[in-house]
Design a binder for this molecule. Structure first.
Ligand SMILES: [Zn+2]
Length: 268
């Protein structure tokens, strides 16, 4: 038999579960498909820590498994992620986005990075590379369905570190592409920053270099706030992060595209 304290906790936990269910069903009615699991405070148990930050489909929510509380006194919370309009993805066709969908994704990326303090020049430089790599399709596979090859906005090769960082497989990534493309873009921008700023050599991808026709060397933090010529910055991004097999002409194509996006966003 439960003592008084236990029954009070039990009541609190079941009302939190009820609140979370209400939150998710309201979010789903508003057209959203995912929620995020967030741990709260310190001394979080291993089970909850493993779920921290995970983006979970609302239709996959299971009380006590991935929907808190997971245990008595669990302080974890959920937030519904907005399936914001104006972002697009096509997992079945690498360069499948229409011109207006590409512009829409560029605007979405510009909005997100501007808020994070990126300069318009640096955003344009990134967009020039994204246009070349994936045609702005966050679900683009270099080889359809093959996660050992390039994947996503900037064609991470292989796709596995990106997928495993977020604890999803390629089927789940494709579902996300179809249901909530903006969340897939958010995750890829987050992964870009992570792999550019981490000090772990096995995940780090930003390496200043003069190779690959780079005009100069730069740290990631200087890059994102730089107001240098967007054409040069496009080449910096390519050499420091992308390192494709592009010829000098190919890199010039990225620079042309960066210049176009700079003119499009400058002053907005
Ligand atoms: Zn918890």
């Amino acid at each position: 038999m439960k003592n008084q304290k236990q029954s009070k906790e039990y009541f609190k936990d079941s009302s939190r579960l009820f609140d979370n269910n209400v939150l998710l069903s309201k979010g789903e009615k508003e057209g959203n498909r995912y929620y995020q699991f967030l741990t709260e405070g310190t001394n979080v148990c291993a089970r909850c820590s493993a779920l921290d930050g995970k983006k979970i489909k609302i239709s996959d929510a299971k009380a006590g498994e991935n929907l808190p509380p997971l245990h008595p006194n669990c302080r974890c919370e959920v937030v519904v992620l907005e399936a914001s309009e104006g972002a697009y993805a096509d997992p079945n066709n690498a360069y499948g986005l229409s011109e207006s969908q590409k512009i829409s994704n560029a605007e979405y990326i510009h909005r997100v990075l501007k808020e994070q303090g990126w300069s318009t020049q640096a955003i344009a430089a990134l967009l020039g590379n994204i246009e070349k790599e994936s045609g702005f399709n966050p679900a683009a596979y270099e080889v359809p369905g093959n996660k050992n090859r390039g994947y996503g906005l900037i064609q991470w090769t292989p796709a596995t570190p990106f997928l495993s960082h977020f604890g999803i497989n390629e089927v789940e990534a494709d579902e996300m592409a179809l249901n909530s493309p903006s969340i897939l873009i958010d995750m890829q921008l987050e992964f870009l920053t992570l792999t550019s700023t981490t000090s772990c050599y096995d995940t780090r991808q930003w390496y200043p270099t003069m190779r690959f026709f780079s005009p100069y060397e730069m740290s990631f933090n200087s890059f994102i706030t730089s107001t240098n010529c967007p054409r040069e910055l496009a080449s910096v991004f390519h050499s420091h992060y992308e390192r494709s097999a592009d010829s000098e002409d190919g890199i010039r194509g990225r620079a042309d595209s960066a210049e176009k996006w700079f003119n499009y966003f400058n002053g907005r």
